[in-house]
Ligand binder design. Structure first.
Ligand code: MIC
Ligand code: SF4
Length: 645
């Protein structure tokens, strides 16, 4: 029986476990990436493992999230990361060089390799035919130290593409269509593998838009084959030497197949407040717009920007609209400034931002109260923009630019014939904003520069014999990490300071939660389905850990967040019968007798609701390795124990 492309790469990297569906497997990691918002913690963790030089083929530290420097904190974090990178053999992409995923695709990604990144949109690399997975910072730290990365052998979904996109329909519309079909939970436990004759009609940046936003499906990752299109992109980046052809075997067997005919797609939109709340633009009508933002790791490539410049050329941004544009990388910005496209944007009245995440992570450009904002980004969770009642719609760059001119949500097909905008034969390559690490001989002399905002990893506790504590919070379905640990310009500077950032934990849902949890000392959170979807931020586990959360009991978890809870030594529990969720209220005291014994030996677990006098069967499915991690009080302690052996 033939193998899928994902299986081929995973199998070639297998270092632990049995290569069978549903089993936990350990894979060797060739490349890692971090960004600054998750990076400080990842490097604090890496340092505390006491490893000298990174063991990967390439590790890169990017600065792209916290680039508003409203106080000393962000700049201190940048300086800290720069110094750690220099000391430990990590390439350092300076602020201004661009968004991690865009730059990694341009300069480092390579077909057939494995990449993990402390950012959920790491699957962007799947556009180049690599297995690129978003993970918690601690997992990345372990991989940098040469440790395996563990995932459950996923189901492989085949998205079979036929046809060719029509004018003004773009890669964003493809992934919005997939989200419409599958929803934000539809990819959990799966890799989305793209095949079919439609693949060859999509460029690498277009493929990367699709694999990037595949994160919103909850998928482990998404991947395209590596073909002649991949070779042309790498050659244009001066990196043809890393190209290898890669594809699934003709007789590969998939767990599920989804057919999409590219020729049948229309411009689409995801309405507030979820990336899967998708419909056709034509179904909405002329919705008046207050703001348009173009950029983010989903849609900020050279061709995206050229299309936008073409649409804006000679026009003026509608008087009621504020248009912000953040090109994805220094390469993109430099090329559009050189060829005059930037001039067209500026002339039309665009507010040009630096090459960074910017508004996508609430770093500025929050819309007006109740404002309607069209964004080419990948997430529109409530409040993420920084405006609590902001109404965020996710669209393609073509829709965004057309709407910025017309003042309403516009179908770009109204603009007539689309010109052919091709990838350049040669991108402008200048890696002068990537600082190389010190040589291993000089590494000893490099001093780590730590600012006062950089605090230690929180104290963890080994899995207790038994547990009895109250429920400090009960939440509903689809809770995102933006609910658990909000981002934005005010809170992101605290990413290296767990005690301080904890004061903002869950405040989107309940202002009084941090104080209450602290007062209770130990407590449990209860939630619904797909708990923890969205970002890879381990702060969504570390802040609860600091606040004394010992267990999270939900109907189901999102993959990265569940892994982060285990890494932090917080027990991830799931209801056996979802209906039992209704029988628990905030304030109820829950207890589990013989907890450690049951978890370690895979015995049945029963939660007693002491307040309601009921018994609730729960499950906690952990691999051998995860049990050992829980027993040690988290992955950091576990890794230290392993290293000392
Ligand atoms: C995001 O898009 O939510 C982020 C900010 O890039 C996060 C990482 C973070 O929280 O720092 C992600 O997606 O992992
Ligand atoms: Fe940055 Fe937004 Fe991409 Fe996250 S989704 S990496 S915040 S651009």
């Amino acid at each position: 029986m033939g193998l899928t492309l994902s299986e081929k790469i995973l199998k070639a990297h297998l270092v632990d476990g049995v290569f069978e569906k549903g089993q936990e497997i350990g894979i060797r990691i060739d490349q890692t990436l971090t960004q600054d918002a998750t990076g400080t913690m990842a490097y604090i963790e890496f340092e505390s493992m006491g490893i000298g030089q990174v063991q990967t083929e390439r590790s890169v530290a990017y600065i792209d999230h916290n680039t508003l420097q409203n106080g000393f904190e962000n700049a201190d974090d940048h300086r800290f990361i720069a110094s750690v990178a220099k000391k430990h053999g990590i390439y350092y992409s300076r602020p201004g060089n661009g968004i991690c995923h865009q730059v990694h695709l341009e300069r480092f990604g390579a077909p057939g390799k494995t990449l993990i990144g402390s950012d959920s949109h790491t699957p962007t690399g799947g556009g180049l035919g690599m297995i690129a997975i978003g993970a918690g910072g601690l997992d990345v730290a372990v991989a940098m130290g040469g440790g395996a990365y563990y995932i459950t052998y996923p189901k492989i979904t085949n998205i079979h593409l036929t046809g060719k996109l029509n004018d003004w329909v773009s890669a964003k519309d493809v992934i919005l269509e997939v989200l419409r079909i599958l929803s934000v939970k539809g990819g959990v436990g799966k890799i989305m593998e793209y095949t079919g004759e439609g693949v060859a009609t999509l460029t690498v940046p277009e493929r990367a838009t699709i694999t990037n936003m595949g994160a919103e499906l909850g998928a482990s990752t998404s991947i395209f084959p590596s073909d002649e299109v991949t070779r042309a992109f790498l050659a244009a980046q001066g990196r043809e030497d890393v190209w290898v052809p890669m594809a699934a075997d003709a007789d590969a067997v998939y767990d599920e197949v989804i057919e999409i005919n590219l020729s049948e797609l229309e411009p689409m939109v995801a309405r507030p407040h979820s990336p899967d709340n998708v419909c056709k633009i034509s179904e909405i009508g002329k919705l008046k717009v207050d703001q348009v933002c173009i950029g983010s790791c989903t849609n900020s490539s050279f061709v995206d920007m050229m299309k936008v410049a073409y649409i804006l050329s000679g026009k003026t941004v509608h008087p009621d609209v504020s248009l912000a544009i953040a090109p994805g990388s220094k390469q993109v910005l430099s090329m559009i400034s050189n060829n005059g496209a930037l001039h067209k944007m500026i002339d039309a009245g665009a507010r040009v931002l630096e090459s960074a995440c910017g508004p996508c992570i609430g770093m500025g450009q929050s819309p007006n109260s109740g404002g309607i904002s069209l964004r080419t980004f990948n997430r529109n969770f409530e409040g993420r923009s920084g405006t609590k009642d902001g109404q965020i719609y996710l669209v393609s760059p073509e829709v965004a630019a057309a709407s910025a001119i017309l003042g309403y949500l516009a179908d770009p097909r109204e603009l007539g014939i689309m010109p052919e905008i091709a990838l350049p034969e040669k991108f402008t390559v200048n890696d002068n904003m990537i600082t190389l690490p010190a040589s291993p001989e000089e590494a000893d002399q490099v001093e780590i520069l730590r600012g006062p905002n950089i605090k230690e990893y929180p104290v963890t506790t080994p899995l207790a014999e038994s547990l009895s504590c109250p429920v400090s919070l009960k939440v509903g379905d689809n809770i995102t990490t933006d609910h658990i640990m909000p981002a934005g310009a005010k809170i992101l500077p605290l990413r290296s300071n767990i005690p301080a950032i904890s004061n903002h934990c869950f405040t989107v849902c309940d202002e009084s939660f941090p104080a209450r949890a602290k007062e209770l000392g130990q407590s449990i959170i209860v939630g619904g389905v797909n708990y923890g979807q969205g970002s890879s931020r381990e702060h969504a586990a570390l802040a609860p850990l600091y606040l004394g959360i010992r267990a999270v009991l939900v109907k189901s978890f999102a993959r990265i967040h569940r892994a982060n809870l285990i890494n932090a030594g917080i027990l991830p529990l799931e209801f056996v019968n979802e209906a039992d969720y209704d029988g628990i209220d905030a304030g109820d005291v829950l207890s589990i007798d013989g907890l450690r014994d049951a978890v370690m030996n895979g015995k049945a677990l029963v939660v007693v609701n002491e307040t309601k006098k009921t018994e609730i069967p729960v499950k906690c499915e952990l691999s051998e390795r995860m049990r050992a991690v829980m027993a040690a009080g988290g992955l950091l302690e576990y890794t230290k124990e392993q290293l000392s052996k």
